[in-house]
Structure formats: C-alpha cells, structure tokens
Design a protein around this ligand. Structure first.
Ligand SMILES: Cc1ncc(COP(=O)(O)O)c(C=O)c1O
Length: 377
C-alpha cells in the first residue's frame, strides 16, 4: 500500500498543535492543584457540557461505552430486557447493552441517512422480542441525527425509554436542538478522534432528569451516595480530571470545528455532486450534520477504495461488518426484523478523509481522484 499523501494529517495531533499552549497549561493546572479525581475541572466541564447541549445535567464517565451502560443501568434496564439498536453502528453501542445483562434487538437503517428506520423499529416491536423491549437506542451515526420525532412518538406509544448514542455527533442538531437533548438521556464519547476529543478516554451522559442523573452519579462511583457507603451497586467509571481540563479547552473551539467540518463536506459536495458512481451523504430537512465521518456510497466501492489507497489517500470503512455479522454478536440477530438495508450499505460505504484541520486542497485532491477514476470507466 502507498504511503499516506502528506496532505492527509491525523486529526488528534493537528488539534493538539492548534491548542498546545492552552492544553499544556490546563494539564499543569490539574497537576499543581493536587485534586486528581472528580475535582473542579470535572464539575466545571459537566456544567459547561450540559449548557452546550441544552440540558440540565451532564455526568462525566470513563468512556462512551460506559456512558451507554450507565445510562441504561440508571433507567433500570437489565437482564430479561431488550434494547432496540441499529446493527449498523460501532460495536460499542451493543457491547454496552450487553454489559447491563440486556439483549439487543437489531433494527434496520434508513439507507439515505444510515440511521434507525422507524418502520423497522415497529417491525421489531411486533417481532418475537417485541414484548421485552424496554428502550430504544438511536445512534446519530457519522454525525447525522436520527429521526428523533418519529422515534419519540413510537417510544411514547409503547412506553419505552428513547435514548441517544451521540458518540459521533457532537454539535449536530435536530429541529434546532443539539443532540444530547432530544431524548430521556444521551451518551457521548470523547475518544480522541471524536468531534470533541480528549487525549485519552472519556465519556458523558446528558439528561434533563435530575433523579436519573443522581442515580448515574451513584453508579459511576461504587454506588456511593455518601463516601464509603454504597446505597446501590455501582462501578468505577469516572471522567478523569486531566481529560476534563483538556475537554474544557477544546470545547471552546467545538462550534468552529464543527462548522469547518460542514464547510469541507460542502466542498466535497460541490466537487462530486452529480457523479453517478458515488452517492453523497444525505442531510434530512430540519437537521444539521456534524460530519464526524464523511461517508459516501458506491456500487463499485472496493475498486474505488483500492484506487484511493494506491494514491495515498487514507479512506476507511465504518464499518467493515455490521454488528450482527460479527461472531461475538451474531446470535442476537435471530430476534431481529430484516436487515437488508444494513447489509447492502456495508458493501457500498466508504469513508473519505475529513477533519477540521484538513485543507481544501486535500479535499480537492480526493475529488479529482474520484472523478478521474469514474471517467476511466
Ligand atoms: C456510535 C458509537 N457509540 C459508542 C462508542 C463508544 O465510545 P468509547 O470508545 O469512548 O467507549 C463509539 C466510539 O467508538 C461510537 O462510535
């Protein structure tokens, strides 16, 4: 495989370079402060993150997978319960469900937005696991919000918890509201490559429900309500104080960096619109896409991917297999409705390079390569 073309730099290190002085000062501040676990920076970040998302509460936890798990545990989801979730997602969405003891039921996607298809959710509710479904975890995959209005109606009708997996969508909006504020609770990851990325693991839960937030705060620290006395069973999953300090610095730039992602996506659109061999990401009316990943479709995906890699353009697959196609999680597919759109998408998707510090020149190069490949037949 060719070496990566020099125009395509890695996002976490580029982001560090942009904010080096402030990030270094933030870490030094934590080190000098001497309060390393659940200190002032975690508390301040939780307030700032809740405000940014437009909710009352944010709870910082160890990573995004834990955020989903703790959100479900806080709602009392556990063994015997079923959580509806797309199979077209990061496996973490499902591994978190399993950690609670609940089972997933896989739901198909809308092929244009890659997010949960409400019609397929209705089919799952009529299916063999339907009576045990307690929650619906919508995943704003790649940064495109789920159809929150349709899913909320179905959840209300069936008395289910509607939840968001926002790991890929910091800054996306649905009808003017930021993701993280669209359901009874939401989970975020701050993995270094995310739209808001720490320099290690990190995650958070957002909610307007103060009682739920209180339960999750207990669960994240051994079930303590007061120190050394576990009121309930819990785990250890705390957002790290240094990561919180770093996230506070990066949060100041999040609005701008999401806007930059959107600008680069528009540049791809300008260059590739009308190209019959690729389908660009759709953006449903009333939403903004946060472009964590810029994923196109092509019926000749493998060929296009090989060509771009040969030219040193770092394209990828998110993901090479749907979750129900992976041995560790295949057995849950038996209860699921048809997953035909998921299986088709898996064969056609291709992630093009995009991050806030990528140059317009880099995008233009990708566009040129794709158009030349298409013209060559
Ligand atoms: C959709 C989705 N959900 C959950 C997660 C889990 O986040 P983390 O890696 O922080 O545990 C990720 C990130 O990998 C993700 O992309």
């Amino acid at each position: 495989m060719a070496d990566t073309h020099p125009l395509f730099t890695a996002y976490p290190i580029e982001d560090f370079k942009r904010h080096e002085a402030a990030l270094t000062a933030a870490v030094a501040g934590v080190m000098r402060g001497g309060h390393y676990i659940l200190g002032g920076d975690v508390a301040a970040f939780e307030k700032e993150w809740a405000a940014w998302c437009g909710v009352k509460e944010a709870i910082g936890v160890g990573n995004g997978t834990d955020a989903i798990e703790l959100l479900l545990l806080g709602l009392g989801v556990g063994p015997g319960d079923v959580v509806a979730v797309p199979s077209h997602t990061a496996v973490a969405s499902i591994s978190a469900i399993r950690r609670t003891g609940a089972d997933p039921v896989y739901v198909d996607i809308d092929p244009t937005t890659f997010t949960m298809d409400p019609v397929s959710l209705e089919a799952a509710l009529r299916g063999p696991a339907g009576g045990r479904i307690k929650a619906v975890l919508g995943v704003h995959l790649y940064g495109h919000p789920v159809d929150a209005a349709a899913l909320a109606v179905i959840c209300a009708r069936h008395d289910l918890f509607f939840l968001e997996d926002c790991a890929q969508a910091h800054g996306a909006t649905f009808q003017g509201h930021r993701v993280g504020s669209l359901a009874c609770g939401a989970a975020f990851s701050f993995y270094p490559t995310k739209n808001l990325g720490a320099m290690g693991d990190g995650g958070a839960i957002t909610t307007d429900d103060a009682a739920l937030a209180g339960r999750i705060r207990e669960i994240r620290q051994y079930g303590w309500r007061e120190r050394y006395i576990s009121a309930v069973e819990g785990v250890n999953s705390r957002l790290d104080e240094m990561q919180a300090a770093l996230l506070r610095v990066k949060l100041r730039d999040l609005e701008h960096s999401v806007a930059r992602r959107q600008e680069l996506a528009a540049r791809y659109r300008e260059g590739l619109e009308g190209q019959p061999l690729v389908k660009l990401p759709a953006v449903r009316g009333g939403v903004t896409h946060a472009y964590h990943l810029h994923v196109i479709r092509s019926p000749r995906r493998d060929e296009l991917m090989a060509r771009l890699l040969e030219r040193g353009i770092p394209v990828g697959l998110h993901y090479p297999a749907a979750v129900h196609q992976q041995p560790g999680y295949a057995r849950f597919a038996a209860q699921s409705p048809g997953l035909g759109q998921t299986e088709l998408a898996i064969r056609e998707i291709l992630t093009l390079p995009l991050h806030p510090w990528l140059s317009g020149e880099a995008v233009d190069l990708v566009v040129r390569e794709i158009n030349e490949w298409a013209a060559a037949g």
